[in-house]
Design a protein. Structure first.
Lengths: 362, 457
């Protein structure tokens, strides 16, 4: 997201990472996590059904949601449940506990080998472990396998609405009106479950521009700051800072992904403060740098805004920043204090702008 | 292969675990197969010393100079307020291991590999049940009359999704749309605008059970590290900057846009909390009672609560996650034994600490999990999601007698799960009325429909 020329693909890669939230905390292999990340990027804008099929047999997911524990002899409901509850239909929308159990049977057959040196490897489908019997899933009967399990979900009557609402929610904080939603559903179904046409329609919708603002997810917030300051990802500190902000990539809190309604509290707000100070550190104005001792308060605010690429500020924030700026100037009552105070003031203004509600939201 | 499961442990769980193993310089890595995180700072024990030691400073500082505290906190500090500490065991703890029905023949049929052997410490109120060997500290508390046990707590038509069931427990209703927590709604009625510590989440993230609509509550990962440093800013300018971020936040706290309002409120509350926690800053650990070694940080957090109460900080509802992940779809015995032990040892030490500090009559601890587990074990030496599970209420003022009987494993529900004999909404209603003296109907939807088990003496 920081350096890409196709930011939308990167943004969607993050969406899928949240949608099919898999954590290295349970997978225990950076190699498998990166492989899954490549899958999300490769399938970022294509067919959701293809994406779902690939996710279902993705090694990281097979570890995370017990796919390789799920056998004919000992079915494990973990993936079958989340497949419907979180990935395709929504909790309690059109399936029963019986469907969960039958989905688990359909999904049996994946295995992997364990080697102390390598960890889990050789992920594959093994017919011996698959329950080939007849299942009854979502009102259909057949000797279903994992591909059928996915397709039955995508073609289920409640899926399109679930998909459209969920995708929309990543970009617009209030649910689409029923007319808009139905139109998006038609686009989705007529396009053969392709992501791109639905996404384009959402991104062109007036609500995106005129509707309420959204709190930026931490990863998006940091990527924006690094792009604004033309800085790459040059430190792995962003891992622990992401954690403090409530979004450590490759470690979502659970299989439901990050909670977009709860990005901000007193702990994660401090995490964002630390992100800002880390983004700023290389650009800090030091004691040995000359600084204009006659810089006026409003000029100082303009200069700090220019540092961030001149983002639009609300009048409230602008007024508060100027008040702060003036208060700093007042404190310097001796001539030799004028320059150092203005230096400190400029450093502080950059922090205050980046942490303001104006820049925390978009 | 390491223990893994459906990994639906909570966000709080993940954050808590990471916080316990690290300083702000790097996240913890739990998996020994993974390389150590770059820039990892102090070791775990030092971190716990630091985090608990900070509390001790407050303990002394508050007695010397209450003026150090934010005015609102000083005014709100009530040495007599009752406190509820809410401990969440994430993932769905296997109640049939904590209190194992070794006296029932069916138990061994259902759990050929996992059944606990007989001959252990019997549960005094029901001879069919036996305490898990790691849970003996709980048996001790029960023997002293300080632990009420709910051997099969849940609700009708149980939901076997972690998210749904946990959400129901958090909001105190079977309502997927409710966004305030049950304790949060209580705080909304009795709390004040100037005391975020009235609802304190110690997991680094706001516990949904204390989420409020009206009054501020606080979430801190580590109370001693709540500072707001910025590069190249110090002296008066730094103080003005701290004032200014609060002022900018307050300027947007009434915005018509919900996201701007949320960002403004977060800034304003963070500024207030910074002022409240500013006096915390030492690195010595002492206290009247020794806590067990605990890499998870659970015991240290309990000790922190005790020290904060001793210091007169105005806590009312505190939420924290218990140690470990109870979603034991496989390799259950190993992780469960360790996690039950860490939980029980920590709770006993906390109770003893409160007693030694003369705080015991002010504090009740409520322990819960989103559900129990399937009575029949699965093929991976684990158990799948169940229905009714186990809950506890600990404290000198807890009534100490069982709430709802153990229903037996010979008459399970249609999914093969334990049937509930007590309802979490009834327990919440009783806690609100008997502990806080507050009308439950104002907090718990349809509170009149639920019984009122006697919980408090």
């Amino acid at each position: 997201m920081v350096r890409s020329n196709s930011p939308l693909v990167e943004r969607m890669t993050l969406v899928w990472h949240d949608w099919f939230a898999t954590s290295d905390d349970g997978v225990g292999s950076s190699r498998l996590m990166l492989r899954q990340n490549a899958l999300f990027r490769r399938r970022a804008l294509g067919s959701f059904e293809d994406l779902l099929l690939d996710v279902t047999r993705d090694p990281a997911m097979l570890v995370w949601l017990s796919g390789i524990e799920n056998t004919k002899e000992a079915p494990n409901e973990n993936y079958g449940r989340e497949l419907m509850e979180l990935f395709t239909l929504g909790a309690g929308r059109g399936y029963t506990e019986h469907d969960v159990r039958e989905q688990a049977r359909a999904l049996t057959g994946f295995r992997a080998d364990w080697d102390d040196g390598v960890g889990l490897h050789a992920f594959r489908f093994d017919d011996e472990l698959h329950d080939g019997g007849t299942k009854r899933i979502l009102g259909k009967r057949g000797d279903f396998d994992w591909r059928d399990a996915c397709r039955l979900c995508v073609r289920h009557s409640t899926h399109s609405a679930f998909f459209v609402n969920k995708l929309w929610s990543y970009f617009i904080p209030v649910a689409p009106g029923s007319g808009t939603r139905r139109a998006l559903e038609r686009i989705y179904e007529r396009g053969g479950y392709k992501v791109r046409p639905v996404l384009e329609a959402i991104l062109m919708h007036p609500q995106l521009y005129k509707g309420p603002r959204m709190v930026k997810p931490p990863a998006v917030y940091v990527a924006g700051m690094l792009r604004a300051t033309k800085r790459g990802v040059d430190t792995d500190s962003w891992t622990w800072i992401g954690h403090l902000m409530g979004q450590q990539l490759f470690r979502p809190p659970n299989v439901a992904g990050w909670d977009d309604q709860r990005w901000l509290d007193t702990a994660t707000w401090r995490g964002r403060w630390i992100a800002v100070t880390n983004a700023l550190r290389p650009a800090q104005i030091d004691n040995d740098q000359d600084y204009p001792e006659d810089e006026r308060s409003a000029e100082a605010v303009d200069k700090a805004l220019a540092f961030w690429g001149n983002p639009t500020l609300s009048r409230t924030t602008r007024q508060k920043l100027e008040a702060f700026s003036e208060r700093c100037a007042q404190t310097a009552d001796r001539p030799w204090e004028q320059e150092p105070v203005r230096r400190l003031r400029q450093n502080a203004l950059r922090v205050l702008i980046a942490t303001s509600p104006d820049l925390q939201t978009s | 292969m390491s223990h893994h499961c459906c990994q639906d442990f909570s966000r709080t769980e993940l954050l808590r675990r990471a916080a316990a193993g690290t300083t702000p310089r790097g996240p913890a890595t739990r998996d020994p197969r993974m390389p150590e995180a770059a820039g990892k700072g102090l070791d775990r024990r030092q971190f716990l010393l630091r985090s608990a030691g900070v509390m001790l400073t407050v303990y002394g500082a508050s007695r010397l100079d209450l003026g150090l505290f934010d005015e609102g906190v000083a005014q709100a500090a009530g040495a007599s307020d009752r406190v509820l500490v809410n401990v969440f065991l994430a993932g769905g703890i296997d109640s049939l291991s904590v209190l194992a029905p070794v006296g029932e023949a069916k138990y061994r049929d259902l759990r050929p590999k996992l059944a606990l052997p007989g001959g252990g410490t019997a549960f005094a109120e029901d001879g069919r049940l036996q305490w898990h060997p790691s849970a003996l500290p709980l048996a001790t508390l029960h023997g002293e009359g300080k632990l009420s046990v709910m051997p099969a707590i849940g609700y009708d038509h149980p939901d076997q999704s972690h998210f749904n069931s946990r959400h129901f427990w958090e909001v105190g209703a079977l309502d997927p749309k409710l966004v305030t927590g049950w304790m949060g709604r209580y705080l909304d009625r009795v709390g004040t605008q100037d005391n975020p510590l009235q609802g304190l989440s110690l997991d680094g993230d706001l516990a949904p059970a204390i989420a409020t609509a009206r009054v501020p509550v606080a979430a801190v990962a580590s109370p001693d590290q709540y500072d707001f440093w910025a590069p190249g800013v110090w002296g008066d300018v730094e103080n003005f900057m701290l004032d200014s971020f609060a002022s900018i936040g307050n300027g947007h706290a009434g915005s018509r846009d919900a996201a701007m309002r949320a960002a403004g409120a977060a800034a304003a509350q963070s500024a207030r909390l910074r002022a409240q926690l500013a006096p915390f800053g030492s690195d010595k650990l002492t206290g009247p009672v020794a806590y067990p070694e605990d890499d998870s940080g659970f015991a240290g957090r309990l000790q922190a609560i005790s020290a904060m109460l001793a210091a007169g900080l105005p806590l009312r509802c505190v939420a924290l996650g218990g140690p470990g992940d109870y979603d034991t779809h496989d390799s259950q015995p190993e992780s469960l034994t360790e996690n039950i032990k860490t939980t029980s040892d920590g709770l006993l030490a906390f109770q003893r600490d409160l007693e030694a500090r003369g705080l015991a009559d002010r504090v009740l601890v409520q322990v819960w999990s989103e559900f129990g587990r399937r009575a029949e074990e699965n093929g991976s030496e684990g158990t799948d999601h169940g229905a009714a599970g186990i809950g506890f209420l600990m404290g000198t003022r807890a009534k100490g007698t069982m709430v709802g009987e153990f229903p037996g494993v010979d008459r399970l529900d249609e999914d093969g799960n334990l049937r509930a004999t007590s309802d979490f909404r009834a327990v919440y209603s009783s806690l609100l009325e008997q502990w806080f003296g507050h009308d439950a109907a104002a907090v718990i939807p349809n509170a009149g429909r639920f019984g009122r088990p006697a919980l408090v003496r």
